[in-house]
Design a protein around this ligand. Structure first.
Ligand code: DQA
Length: 139
């Protein structure tokens, strides 16, 4: 099973960015934990702060992966283009968010990702990614 985690803008700053909301761990450190825990899964990771690069990666992942875990970060709430890309590809996308976006500002209550996602996992901290992997491998 090949799964790619795609992270959007500012998630390269995890560990130092608003730690009260997003925690103290960098995504690189957490990704190493995931690779160790899910040794039977071929896990990849891509991060970009650029909307078009995220769309390119979604299109590419369609050919190369069995599942996509997407945290589009702020673009979740604004990007028709990312929403359309998810609709255009066949590989299932699980949407994740670290924070509970519904307990935050109202502009975070809208998602252009959710309508075409296989499912949505929100608010469990970095564990949201772990739960998304479980949703693909069925354990
Ligand atoms: C986020 C929530 C978004 O509203 C925010 O813009 C982010 C991170 C999360 O994982 O909690 O950058 O996607």
């Amino acid at each position: 099973m090949k799964i790619i985690i795609i992270n959007g803008p500012n998630l390269n700053l995890l560990g130092t960015r608003e730690p009260e909301t997003y925690g103290n761990k960098s995504f690189e450190d957490y990704f190493a934990d995931l690779q160790f825990k899910f040794r039977e899964v071929e896990l990849s990771y891509f991060q970009s702060n650029i909307e078009g690069e995220l769309i390119d990666q979604l299109q590419q992942a369609n050919k190369d992966f069995d599942g996509i875990i997407l945290n589009a970060a702020a673009y979740t709430h604004t990007s028709v283009g990312i929403g359309d890309a998810i609709k255009a590809i066949e590989t299932p996308v699980v949407e994740v968010h670290i924070s509970n976006t519904f307990s935050r500002e109202s502009f975070r209550h809208t998602s252009y990702v959710s309508p075409n996602a296989k499912g949505v996992i929100i608010g469990f901290g970095l564990q949201s990614y772990d739960l998304a992997i479980h949703s693909f491998i069925g354990e």
